[in-house]
Write a protein that binds this ligand. Structure first.
Ligand code: PMP
Length: 292
């Protein structure tokens, strides 16, 4: 499949306050964000032109930067308006939206208090990863060697670019072995999340999901918890050790990109995608398109 590189496309990117032609949205190689990982981002989806949970994502974006000791120089309202302007300018009402903020070039050492904070927002078409029928077969997950870091060793509530280093390595390893993704444990060996999505399990009609205290508390995760509670399902957020995996019936991952995607295997363990996953896939699809 021929890849369309992300730096050579048509369209518009919002860059430091204004919409610029896609190919002009460039940064210098001597940027603190690139060398020292002082960079945070968001991943959002627009459905029918409406960005799902737009303001929640803008708030998380600001918080992610604060956790890296910098401030995004735009308000939540300004970010919301900028994202909507990008989606409109690119003319694709169903798309993925990617805000990113990074420290610039004024200082090139560990300390960079005076570096300018840059912000860019792009959007592009990214259809649902699986159609409903394929999705219900469930994906296969490896178990990653890297663990989510101890909250005392990293700003783990930030959607910081640097925290994805171990995700990319883990996902590459999983894909080389023929898996779709990898389940990561946390620093204490408990079930945590996937490389870009949160994870849920079911047993006796109840949902079980790890407490998000050392990994990203996904906006989709919280949406799924709300949807399940609306259905009257019990939701348990708790510590889950890998030795519990054989006791669960269904498993699914969820995130802005993955939406709700059932899992058929995690390493040696098997799950059977079923009614709870199907119900939550449907409820999530209805929630993201309230006007459909
Ligand atoms: N965990 C990680 C590591 C992620 O990259 C994502 C995707 N942003 C999620 C969880 C799910 O977050 P959300 O539902 O907010 O997209």
């Amino acid at each position: 499949m021929a890849l369309l590189p992300f730096d050579d496309r048509d369209g518009f990117i919002w860059f430091d306050g204004k919409l610029v032609p896609w190919r002009d949205a460039k940064l210098h190689v001597l940027s603190h964000g690139l060398h020292y990982g002082s960079c945070v981002f968001e991943g959002e989806r627009a459905y029918g032109g409406e960005i799902f949970k737009c303001t929640e994502h803008s708030r998380r974006f600001k918080t992610s930067a604060e956790l890296l000791d910098f401030e995004i120089p735009y308000s939540v309202e300004e970010l919301d308006a900028a994202k909507r302007a990008v989606v409109k300018a690119n003319g694709k009402p169903d798309c993925y939206v990617r805000p990113v903020a990074w420290r610039g070039s004024e200082m090139m050492a560990v300390a960079a208090q005076n570096a300018t904070i840059h912000v860019a927002i792009a959007s592009w078409e990214w259809p649902s990863m699986f159609d409903a029928a394929v999705r219900m077969k469930g994906i296969r997950l490896d178990i990653a060697e890297f663990r989510r870091p101890d909250p005392q060793t990293a700003p783990c509530r930030s959607k910081a670019a640097g925290l994805y280093m171990i995700c990319t390595i883990s996902k590459h390893k999983a894909e080389r072995k023929g898996y779709a993704d990898a389940l990561m444990l946390d620093w204490q060996g408990r079930v945590a999340e996937c490389t870009g999505a949160n994870v849920f399990f079911t047993r006796d009609g109840a949902l079980h999901t790890p407490i998000a205290d050392c990994f990203l508390d996904g906006i989709t995760r919280r949406t799924v918890i709300d949807l399940a509670k609306k259905r009257g399902m019990e939701v348990q957020e708790r510590r889950i050790m890998p030795d519990e995996l054989p006791s669960f019936n269904e498993c699914f991952i969820c995130g802005t990109g993955a939406e709700v995607t059932p899992v058929a295997e995690i390493g040696p363990h098997r799950f059977t995608p079923g009614n709870i996953s199907r119900t939550l896939i449907e409820d999530y699809a209805a929630a993201v398109r309230p006007h459909a």
